[in-house]
Design a binder for this molecule. Structure first.
Ligand code: MLT
Length: 319
């Protein structure tokens, strides 16, 4: 009996190794836990296009929005761990969410196989183009003066936009009306349309509309200006040095996805970040690309654990 079990186990291992060697033999679903057109979706589509060429199979984006991204990530956690369903998570879903959702149905640290970091995304404070403030100080004064009459748009509790604007409100002592959307793609549409007043959003979603003058940018919350937005001052230059925050987007697979498959996906992602076309598109949108060790799956796993800890402390302190 023992020999039969050992033989069966060996067969299963060999089958697993064979399937990993042949992987992928069909299209790969990439869950994006927000509406199409937003920063997470745009990053997923840019790297996905290049990864499809490297892997020889289409990466097909599936937008599953809701609950600040936790709905889509929960779906990804529960997917079959065969390498044919992966997901684009970020600083909200895999950093802030556990502190904001007591009944969250996944653990960002233990329920996933980290594949790799795709892009860092500095946060920019933006408003509708006719917002009555000509700089960050006037913007802050307006928020303090008319806080309950102003609408801040975000992608729901736990999202990057919600989390980073919460930080802004804590620092300014403001309590605006907060309007949740299924992603900051739709947020941007309403900012351009003047239907909401302001947002804290990831630069890759905003560069085109800021350059077109369709929305106003008051400051970028990073120590130095972005090459993609050279005229937008840092929060430090604009008088709010305490407001410094950046987000990130990274690929994950369900726990138990075979290591050789995770390695293939990590390699394809790294090649996407070196591909001239996808690299240029991400940089032109203000993305900050990982280099060297920051591209490894191991680095992402350690980073996510640190982010969950950091944002948990920040959010509990803000209560
Ligand atoms: C999106 O893609 O809509 C954003 O990443 C949502 C968010 O603000 O977290």
């Amino acid at each position: 009996m023992k020999k039969a079990l050992a033989f069966a186990a060996a067969l299963a291992l060999m089958a697993g190794a064979a399937s990993a060697q042949q992987y992928p033999t069909k299209p790969i679903t990439v869950i994006v836990p927000f509406a199409a057109g937003g920063p997470t979706d745009v990053i997923a589509r840019i790297v996905g296009e290049s990864m499809s060429k490297t892997l020889g199979q289409q990466l097909v984006i599936e937008n599953i929005a809701g609950a600040g991204g936790t709905t889509g990530i929960t779906r990804g956690k529960e997917a079959v761990n065969d390498g044919y369903t992966i997901m684009m998570g970020h600083m909200g879903t895999h950093g802030a969410a556990p502190a904001l959702y007591p009944n969250i149905r996944y653990n960002p640290v233990t329920d996933f196989e980290p594949i790799g970091m795709a892009a860092g995304t500095p946060i920019v404070i933006v408003a509708r183009k006719d917002f009555p403030a000509s700089n960050l100080k006037e913007f802050a004064d307006r928020l303090k003066a008319g806080q309950d009459k102003l609408n801040e748009a975000n992608a729901g509790v736990g999202s990057v936009s919600h989390t980073t604007c919460t930080l802004l409100h804590v620092q300014l002592g403001t309590k605006p009306t907060r309007v949740p959307y299924t992603g900051t793609g739709p947020v941007l549409n309403d900012l351009v349309g003047g239907k909401v007043d302001y947002a804290c959003d990831q630069i890759v979603n905003l560069v085109t509309q800021i350059q077109a003058g369709a929305i106003r940018a008051y400051a970028i919350a990073t120590p130095t200006r972005s090459p993609a937005l050279p005229d937008v001052p840092t929060t430090k230059e604009a008088g709010m040095p305490e407001y410094e925050v950046s987000a990130w987007n990274a690929l994950f697979a369900p726990k138990g996805t075979p290591a050789p498959i995770v390695a293939r996906l990590n390699d394809a992602l790294s090649k996407a970040l070196d591909d001239a076309n996808s690299r240029k598109r991400l940089l032109d949108l203000g993305g900050v690309l990982p280099e060297g060790n920051e591209r490894t799956s191991a680095w992402l796993g350690t980073f996510v654990a640190a982010e969950v800890d950091r944002w948990g402390k920040t959010i509990r302190a803000a209560r």
